[in-house]
Structure formats: C-alpha cells, structure tokens
Design a protein around this ligand. Sequence first.
Ligand code: NAP
Length: 210
Amino acid sequence: MRLAVLGTGGVGGTLGVKWSTAGHSVVFGSRDPASEKVQKLLQAGGANSCADLPHEAIAGADAILLAVPWPAIEQTLATLGDLSGRLLIDCSNPLKSDFSGIEVPAAGSAAQQIAAWAPGAIVVKAFNSAGVKTMRDPMFGTQKATMFYCGDDEAAKIILAQLITDIGFEPLDAGGLDMAGSIEALAMFYIHLAFKRGVGSNSAFGILRR
Ligand SMILES: NC(=O)c1ccc[n+]([C@@H]2O[C@H](COP(=O)([O-])OP(=O)(O)OC[C@H]3O[C@@H](n4cnc5c(N)ncnc54)[C@H](OP(=O)(O)O)[C@@H]3O)[C@@H](O)[C@H]2O)c1
C-alpha cells in the first residue's frame, strides 16, 4: 500500500519506518522534509520511503496516518484540502497539556472531532492506546500487545487491521467510531498507570483468552 504518514515524531517515525520495512510505500509528510530528523527516518525506512510536505505527501495515498499532536490536528487538516473519500487514521489522544486527563472534544472524541473537521473522510482510530516503546516492539514474551481500533467503514477497518498486523500487534475491532472515546480514555488510563502508578512504559494492554 501507499501510506502517507503525517508527523515525523515518536509515533509517525516509528510506524512509518516499520511499514516501509514491512514492504509498504511510505511518504512522510513533514513541515520540513529536508530536516536531519526526516533524513534519519528515510535512512532507516530504506528505498520504500520518501518525504514531502504534508499536502504533497497525501497525493495518491491509500491511507493517511495523522501523527501530529492533538492541538495541531485541525490546522494540519486545513492544509490538506478536500479529504472526502480518503482513509484517515487517527492515533491522537486529546490530552490536557499537563497530561492530567483528557480534554473531551465537542464531537465526543478526538476521532469524531476529526471526522467533523474533515467532512467526507473515512476516519478510523488506532495506534493511540500503546506507547512508542511498544510500537517499536509489540512482543511481550510470546504474547502480542493488543491494538484496539474502531471505525464505521468495514472495508477501511480491514485495511487498518492489516496495517496493525504488519507492525506486529494483535488487532482488536472495538466497533464503530462511537467507541473512539472509550479507546482514548483507555489510553489516558495507560498513561496514568505507566507514568504515575509505577507500571512503567515497558507495558501494554493485552487481552487474555481461554
Ligand atoms: N508518544 C506516544 O507514546 C503516543 C502514543 C499513542 C498516540 N500518540 C499520539 O500520536 C500523535 C503524535 O504523537 P508523537 O508522540 O509522535 O508526537 P511528537 O513526537 O511530538 O511528534 C509529532 C510530529 O508532528 C509534526 N507536527 C506537525 N505540526 C506540529 C506542531 N504544531 N507542533 C509539533 N509537531 C507538529 C512534527 O513533525 P514534522 O516536524 O516533521 O512536521 C512532529 O514531529 C499525537 O496525537 C499523540 O497523542 C502518541
């Protein structure tokens, strides 16, 4: 697949490199595609990766990962033009600036707010309930970390589940986009446990079955 990864920080950099290594064609969308930071990602991503400005990076992309900070998302979307019919993957957590909780957007969740800001786009949610360390390596012993995802478009969710699988997580379909707020709350709970309750960032959610 051809993937546009907008934002070249911890999440965008990690997922973009992993997808290009897994054989996808990845275009990093950066405010400064010539920066040293982006050049390092291209070295790591190899021949399947390149970089451009965000509005150029999305041209022809089968899916667009929005991996920019929550406060920058509305502005980033405004630079992208008409996104109707485009598959938009939201990985954001609308955290308060002191990480003490979530600032619930008017639409009910970050993903639903993004859907409101990008009318006609096919918005799905994933990659927000695990930390970057887990994204780099989702294996915990013999168990894969679980990646919850949701959205209203079944075809888009099949693509998303494959992208989750490709980077080594166990995908778990949580339902429609109206479940996004629950996954965002779960991410906040993870941050609380990991950084305030001593669980640490070498931890992740996993589903036990028997
Ligand atoms: N960190 C985590 O463990 C984690 C886990 C799950 C989900 N998330 C979510 O993933 C998204 C990205 O998080 P991250 O940790 O990768 O963030 P980050 O390290 O700060 O990187 C965000 C990237 O977004 C781009 N960007 C565009 N507009 C920006 C602006 N106004 N200010 C700052 N950066 C801007 C930058 O790339 P360019 O300079 O190339 O434009 C920047 O490198 C967030 O929505 C976050 O809630 C994070």
